[in-house]
Each structure stands twice: as C-alpha cells, then as structure tokens.
Design a binder for this molecule. Structure first.
Ligand code: S3P
Length: 445
C-alpha cells in the first residue's frame, strides 16, 4: 500500500481520569515473523492474536506473492500453508511493503538465498529509509541488489543461486538486520553466524527454534554470537502472539500523565529485549506493577496495572536503548510532564525510523511550548508543571509520533492537533476506540 490515503487530522484535549482495561493488539514484530516463518515452513502454521495493522497485512500479501497460502479465519486468527525453506516462487508483481521497514528488510533476507528476483517498494516514508544495511550482508551470501542512490527503494534483489554461509558482525544495533541475515542463512548450506555487540529483540531466534531450526546463542566478549545451521526443515507451528509492549506503552504513559487514572493492560510481552520502557518508567517513579507474570506462546507476559502519580525526569541508561527503541517518542512526550529533566542518549537509530524521530519529537514539543535540546544521538526534554500545547504537530507518516502527541494533548492546557493520524493504522488500528473507551478526549477534526 504505497498509496497514502487522505490525511486524518485528529485533536486531543484535556481528559478526565483514564480507567478500565486496555486490550492492545498483537505484537508487530512477532506478527511479521509468524507469517514469514509460516511461509518458509512445511505444512500449516496457525496464528492467533495476529496484529491486523497495515504493516502486517502488507507482509501477508507479500507472502502470498512468494507462493504461500495465507488465510484469515476470524479476527486475529490466521493460517499459513508454507512452501518450505528454499521453496519461494518468483513474485509476478512488485512487493509493496507500505510503511514497514521490518516487513521489507525481513522479506529481502528471506528471499535472498533463493534463485529468484523480486522488486520491492513502499510508501513515501519507507522509500527514504536505508536498505544498504541489509543488502550489504545479503551480498555476502551472493545476492545482488539494484536500488536508488543511497540504497533506497524501489529496489530489485536477485537472490543467490548458490548461496554461501556468512559470518556477520552487526555494525548497528538492529534486529531487522540481524533477522534478515538469519532468514537468508536458512537456505545457505553450513552455518551462518551473526555477532551482535549490543543485544536487540530476539523474536527471530526464539521463533526459528520453535519452528525446528538448529540455532545456538553464546554470550562472548564480542557480544551475542548466534549460530544457525542452514537448510533445516521447518515445520508449521501454532503461534499465539502476545500483546505488543510498544503499543501498550501509549495507554500506559497516558495513564501515568492523566490525573487520577487507573488502568489495566493485560497480557503484554515482557521479553527482556523489549521491556526497557517499563523499567525506565519505574525508574521515573511510576506506579506500574506487573501482575500475574506467566509464559504465553514462548514469551514472558504480564498484566500491567498502571496508576497516575508524579514522575521525575531521569537520565535513561543508553545501554537500554535497544530494548525500548520504539518507545522514545512517547517517553519524550511523558518527560515533558515530569518534574525535572529527562536525558535520552545513545538513540541515533531514531534518525532512520519511519521519520527522523529525534527531529520530529523536538520540533513537535517546541511547538507545544516545551524546552528541548538535541544532538545527533540524544534528546533532552525539560519537564514542566503544565505543557501549554495549542499547536498542530506534523506526524510525518509516523504512527508513533502521531500517538505520542495525541497522548500529550490529553494533559496539555490547550488541545494538540496531529495533522495526520492515518499512519496509526499501521501498528495500532484500534488506538482511537481503545483510548476513547478509557476516557481520552480525542476526535477527528
Ligand atoms: C523491529 C526492529 C526495530 C524496531 C522496529 C521493529 C523488528 O528496528 O524499531 O519497529 O521487528 O525487528 P531496527 O532493527 O531498525 O532497530
């Protein structure tokens, strides 16, 4: 869906206490991977709790284009009839990954060691994002990529007819790059090794094992060394997708900001490679309790009980960045309402997300009357007792920028309008009814 529909401006205004149960949708990262690994398996994969956001729907249609049968049976309930490792067919159309960096990068990896050619594109945000970070390691397997200057989409990838295994050290902390290399390694003979100096989300490793691959992880002085034995027979599985901690962060932070709020967000993944935001909120003094911790679908989950209370600014440990990389926009909004200064450092990867998120948050917060300081890889936010608001903020085709400012508008003195909230549908299609159901005053204008 590279075509972008009409803009949907939305306004958030000062809201009463948020209360109730917030059932956020399934995890986006796990949803993409369930579809892709299902397509690379033999037999049927049944997925429950699949996120039906546009990013994931685009990956589902891409898997169909590569020959898998992907069927929706009911809300969140899907099956994939896979074609097996190395079994992808050559697509007869351009693969359009819409807004999704995860979709395009993982699918490029998954096809790069099969003897076929595919052309990829995406929306106005995705075509600006760097693909060289995946096509460089994929070239080591023998794949070739032809794209626009700077390694941008649209891009054609010619898969390696005789792939060789690879040893690759990640030059940046990126689960997408790691996953692309591991998925390419599936159809290479021998062992593919990825070294990750800084740990990133490990869903690909967990799920590859779950689907029957031989994969080991060793913690060494170099970092996490992941070794995958190529050409396994993956077999279809049942995947229960836990609720997305990155989506949960929005109602959680909104409840922490809006006076007298008290909400429950059940069944949220607490995977240690994803839970940095919750640790950070607790460091800021949040009344946030993980109730009923348990395991679901191979991931640790808990019910989050969140109560409003005063927060203080902190220096967020930079080594935590990878485990909360998608949560900096909402954290920056929350920091504007905390007492004191919040320093977020070691976050230069935010510059190459759906938008340049450091710039998008800095400009948006300034427009709302908040003092910020920015460097190439950090953002500092000065908290204030009352955020003035009263601005229209650009979402820049970025779902998380849109949601962050709508949450801030629930506590600012004057309403905050987001120029286009339509990108929210990529990851959190029920954001609007879910938040209004809790008592948020957000509406289309
Ligand atoms: C993701 C990895 C992260 C994250 C993105 C999802 C994934 O991107 O920001 O939303 O599912 O692997 P990077 O790999 O670019 O850090």
């Amino acid at each position: 869906m590279s075509g972008h529909g009409p803009a949907i401006p939305m306004t958030a205004r000062k809201s009463g206490p948020l209360a109730g149960v917030a059932e956020v949708p399934g995890d986006k990262s796990i949803s993409h991977r369930a579809l892709i690994l299902g397509a690379l398996s033999v037999g049927e994969t049944r997925i429950t709790g699949l996120l039906e956001g546009q990013d994931v729907l685009d990956t589902a249609s891409a898997m169909r284009a590569f020959g898998a049968e992907v069927t929706q049976h009911g809300p969140g309930d899907w099956t994939v009839q896979g074609v097996g490792v190395g079994g992808f067919a050559e697509p007869d159309r351009v693969i359009d990954c819409g807004n999704s960096g995860t979709g395009v990068r993982l699918i490029m990896g998954a096809m790069a060691t099969t003897d076929l050619t595919a052309t990829f594109t995406g929306d106005a945000s995705l075509v600006k994002r760097p693909m060289g970070r995946v096509t460089d390691p994929l070239a080591l397997f023998g794949a070739r990529a032809y794209g626009r200057e700077g390694g941008r989409l649209p891009m054609t990838v010619v898969g390696a007819a005789q792939p060789v295994p690879v040893r690759y050290t990640l030059p940046m902390p990126s689960a997408q790059v790691k996953s692309a290399v591991l998925l390419a390694g599936l159809n290479a003979p021998g062992q593919t090794v990825v070294v990750e100096p800084e740990p990133t989300r490990d869903h690909t490793e967990r799920m590859l094992r779950g689907f029957g691959a031989e994969l080991t992880v060793d913690d060494t002085d170099e970092g996490r060394v992941i070794t995958l034995t190529g050409q396994p027979e993956l077999t279809g599985q049942s995947v229960a997708v836990p609720r997305d901690p990155s989506s949960a962060a929005f109602p959680v932070c909104a409840a922490l900001m809006v006076q007298d709020s008290n909400i429950l967000v059940p069944g949220v993944s607490q995977n240690p490679t994803r839970n940095g935001i919750f640790l950070t909120l607790q460091d800021m003094g949040a009344d946030l309790v993980m109730e009923n911790p348990r395991e679901e679908g191979g991931e640790p989950v808990a019910d989050l009980r969140v109560r409003f209370g005063p927060l203080k600014g902190i220096a967020v440990p930079p080594e935590r960045a990878a485990s909360m990389i998608d949560e900096y926009p909402i954290l920056a909004a929350l920091a504007a309402t905390a007492e004191g200064v919040t320093v977020m450092a070691g976050i230069k990867e935010l510059r190459v997300k759906e938008s340049d998120r450091i710039d998008a948050m800095a400009r948006g917060l300034e427009a709302c009357g908040v003092r910020v300081e920015e460097t190439e890889d950090s953002l500092t936010v000065y908290g204030m007792a009352q955020v003035p608001g009263g601005a229209t903020v650009e979402s820049r085709l970025d779902h998380r920028i849109a949601m962050a400012f709508l949450c801030l508008g629930m506590v600012s003195r004057d309403p905050i309008t987001v120029d286009d909230a339509s990108p929210i549908a990529t990851s959190f299609p029920v954001f609007e009814p879910l938040m209004t159901g809790l008592g948020a005053r957000i509406e289309r204008v």
